[in-house]
Design a protein around this ligand. Structure first.
Ligand SMILES: C[S@@+](CC[C@H](N)C(=O)[O-])C[C@H]1O[C@@H](n2cnc3c(N)ncnc32)[C@H](O)[C@@H]1O
Length: 249
């Protein structure tokens, strides 16, 4: 792990938020209260959902890494899709289809989600989870490196997209943002997950590929005329991170 950035626990101007928090092996500060509050909120704001629980369980049983969005974040994506009236959604990074199911449930009849996944074994698990959710009609999982699939989408009859969710290999984030805007219309919502990365995003000396790719994405976002964006920093069961939320003018 690189040196803590200014303001992080361990930095010269350290203001450690609570004595109960710890640095985790995954390279970030974690406070147990974040998970407690996530659980508290999930019990009140999410109905128990066997389909989503089974999607997570079967993904884990198949050996997929447990890196899907949290339940509250899935609902956040779902509401964002509904609030924006999205009918045609692009997702980059399917994993076991957990976020795909949240998004596909938000589109109206006749709407669809196309989700891009590098690994056939992830796509296979995702398709099974999506089928159990009764959403196969409105979801297509396309296998291969997203940078190979994205240039083919128009010819395949997809887009322009109303909402794009970027959640794959973070080193390619600038390219994914560029494609999201290429495949957008006026009003398209773009969401990028994991853009704060335990705060490492603000460390100019952090050379990790995921951090560098996300930093370059922010530089690009600042330069693109007609793209308005902000970031919501988040804490919860997934630690300290954040979502970029943008809109194509
Ligand atoms: C963080 S997971 C996606 C989680 C999912 N969006 C969810 O919340 O349920 C990232 C996924 O992107 C896939 N991926 C990595 N590199 C990729 C690439 N170049 N093209 C397409 N998918 C890629 C990984 O195999 C993995 O399944």
């Amino acid at each position: 792990m690189s040196a803590p950035h200014q303001g992080a626990p361990g930095a010269a101007d350290d203001v450690t938020p609570t004595p109960s928090g710890t640095w985790t092996g995954s390279g970030g500060y974690a406070d147990p209260i974040w998970e407690t509050v996530d659980d508290y909120l999930a019990i009140r704001l999410l109905n128990g959902d066997d389909v989503l629980d089974d999607a997570v369980a079967d993904s884990a049983a198949a050996g997929l890494p447990p890196i899907q969005v949290s339940p509250l974040q899935g609902k956040f994506l779902h509401l964002l899709a509904q609030l924006s009236g999205a009918r045609e959604i692009l997702e980059i990074g399917t994993l076991g289809g957990y976020s795909t199911i949240w998004l596909a449930r938000a589109v109206p009849a006749g709407g669809r989600v196309v989700s891009l996944e590098l690994l056939p074994e992830h796509a296979e698990v995702a398709r099974a989870n999506i089928a159990r959710a009764g959403l196969s009609e409105r979801v297509r999982v396309l296998v291969g490196p997203a940078l190979g699939t994205l240039p083919t989408l128009r010819d395949l009859g997809y887009g322009p997209f109303d909402l794009v969710f970027i959640d794959a290999d973070k080193g390619n984030n600038p390219y994914y943002l560029r494609w999201a805007i290429d495949l957008a219309r006026s009003g398209t919502v773009v969401v990028v997950d994991n853009v704060v990365r335990h705060g490492s995003i603000a460390d100019p000396d952090n050379g990790a590929d995921d951090v560098r790719g996300t930093q370059e994405m922010f530089n690009l976002a600042a330069q693109i005329d007609g793209f308005d964006a902000t970031v919501l920093q988040t804490v919860g069961v997934k630690g300290y991170d954040g979502f970029l939320i943008g809109r194509v003018r």
